[in-house]
Design a protein around this ligand. Structure first.
Ligand SMILES: *[C@@H]1O[C@H](CO)[C@@H](O)[C@H](O)[C@H]1NC(C)=O
Ligand SMILES: *[C@@H]1O[C@H](CO)[C@@H](O)[C@H](O)[C@H]1NC(C)=O
Ligand SMILES: *[C@@H]1O[C@H](CO)[C@@H](O)[C@H](O)[C@H]1NC(C)=O
Ligand SMILES: *[C@@H]1O[C@H](CO)[C@@H](O)[C@H](O)[C@H]1NC(C)=O
Length: 439
């Protein structure tokens, strides 16, 4: 009879276990884990133990308002959960939850916590070209699969949860280790930073009225102080829009601590890039000659090269025949970057307030005004826009004189001339008379 009863009890435990009365959880050291008890009766007593139902008691709570935590301040208990903040290696194992009402205990509910080792061999940030080794290991013999997802979301070639490869800029970002056990997935995020070289966008817009800035930056900030020791050379190359020949603007080699400026005519200045990682070049006023492609390349001591190119678009207004005109004359205004515009980029003219064209939608790069008037005098602005964002603007000032004014001026000069002449004549006469008196 006694044997039969034991058999009966064991059978129930197995059935309960299959009905998810135990849970396997993969946790990383330092992470927080929240464990939930099974459904509670109205008059509940919940007790949490470590390892066994008669093991050390971690915490307990009851419907009478009791909430007791026995082991340090990393544990907190609520009605139906136990939270372990900042998991430590010694917390891994089995956690047993016992629920009882006023009359009987339910079967123990087990949470089995496995220790995950998610690590990287190298120090961050990793220099491109160096090796990158990521490790994701679980301290268990359970059947499971472990693999890594790259920042792009693609699966990395796995080797039992570890990845070893040559670091590239694309490896920058959040990697994720995925553990699959019995259909359940656990994910562990792991940020990796690889030295990268960035520029905000491929096209940079400015105009002949504005400064020129060619932005390049090395990231992350933590790498900046290593520039002199890890970088072999930095080189800026320029290909003008009008030519296909590339020329070196600057080159820098921290080895001898000197920046060699090869083309001083370009008037480009730079900041101290070992201070903030900015490899940008500047100039107070952009010129048409600055149009073209700029390539900045960084070669590391390990031979790996990172490079970025930027296209500098310099907007210019060209008036034909000029900016000083007489009313009634023909005027052509062209607003251009010297080449075709990027798709989605449009031109918009803004004439002076007084101009009769102020309300017109002037969206062409070439404006033909058959007869200008004095009201067209003033500042003409040309904007380059993408949707409603203004990328850059150029401005010219037109001076338009009235046609008649010229005749009036002529008349005025003539009268002054006549007046002077007659005045001189009178003076001569006076002197004559004075002389006479003297005599
Ligand atoms: C550039 O900045 C670094 C770090 O702030 C400093 O050590 C170095 O002397 C500066 N170099 C120049 C040329 O100012
Ligand atoms: C920039 O110039 C370097 C050296 O000529 C070249 O190897 C690299 O491919 C160029 N980069 C780009 C993005 O065109
Ligand atoms: C203005 O442009 C038109 C058409 O392109 C051309 O025929 C005319 O000669 C130009 N006028 C001036 C003053 O450049
Ligand atoms: C610009 O407009 C296009 C279509 O009109 C739209 O697809 C795009 O998202 C807009 N871009 C921005 C930056 O608003």
């Amino acid at each position: 009879m006694k044997n039969l009863l034991q058999f009966f009890v064991c059978l129930i435990i197995v059935l309960e276990a299959n009905g998810k009365k135990h849970q396997v959880i993969y946790v990383r050291v330092g992470d927080k884990v929240e464990l939930y008890s099974s459904q509670l009766p109205t008059s509940y007593y919940v007790r949490w133990f470590f390892e066994r139902e008669d093991g050390p008691e971690l915490a307990d709570t009851s419907y009478l308002g009791r909430k007791q935590v026995n082991q340090g301040n990393r544990l907190s208990i609520s009605t139906n959960s136990l939270t372990i903040n900042n998991m430590r290696e010694e917390n891994f194992g089995t956690i047993v939850c016992m629920v009882k009402d006023d009359f009987k205990f339910t079967f123990p509910y087990l949470c089995i916590l496995f220790f995950m080792l998610v690590s990287m061999k190298e120090q961050l940030p990793v220099i491109p070209g160096h090796s990158l080794s990521l490790n994701c290991k679980a301290e268990t013999q359970r059947k499971r699969s472990v693999y890594w997802l790259k920042p792009t979301g693609n699966k990395a070639t796995p080797f039992q949860g570890s990845v070893t490869k040559t670091a590239e800029s694309q490896d920058n970002g959040e990697w994720e280790c995925v553990v699959k056990d019995n259909g359940e997935e656990s994910r562990f995020k792991f940020p990796v930073s690889v030295v990268d070289f960035s520029s905000a966008s491929k096209y940079v817009y400015t105009s002949t009225n504005l400064p020129l800035s060619i932005p390049f930056r090395i990231t992350p900030k933590e790498f900046v102080q290593k520039i002199p020791s890890e970088i072999e050379t930095v080189e800026w190359l320029f290909t003008p829009i009008t030519s296909s020949s590339q020329q070196t603007i600057f080159s820098f080699s921290p080895k001898n601590g000197q920046l060699k400026q090869k083309d001083p005519a370009r008037e480009l200045s730079y900041k101290n890039f070992t201070a903030d990682g900015s490899f940008s070049l500047h100039k107070n006023l952009a010129k048409v000659e600055d149009r073209g492609t700029y390539n900045c390349s960084i070669t590391f001591k390990n031979g790996y090269m990172l490079s970025r190119t930027l296209v500098i678009e310099v907007l210019e207004i060209t008036p034909s025949p000029g900016t000083e005109l007489i009313s009634g004359h023909h005027l052509n205004l062209s607003c251009s970057t010297g080449g075709p515009l990027e798709t989605g980029v449009t031109v918009k003219w803004v004439p002076p307030e007084t101009s009769s064209l102020v309300k017109a939608d002037l969206l062409s790069g070439h404006l033909i005004i058959p007869r200008v008037g004095t009201e067209d005098s003033g500042k003409w602005r040309c904007d380059l826009r993408r949707n409603t964002t203004t990328l850059t603007s150029a401005v010219i000032t037109l001076k338009i004189g009235e046609h008649r004014k010229r005749e009036e001026t002529l008349l005025f000069s003539l009268s002054v001339f006549l007046f002077c002449n007659s005045h001189q004549h009178k003076m001569r006469q006076l002197r004559h008379r004075l002389c006479k008196c003297k005599k």
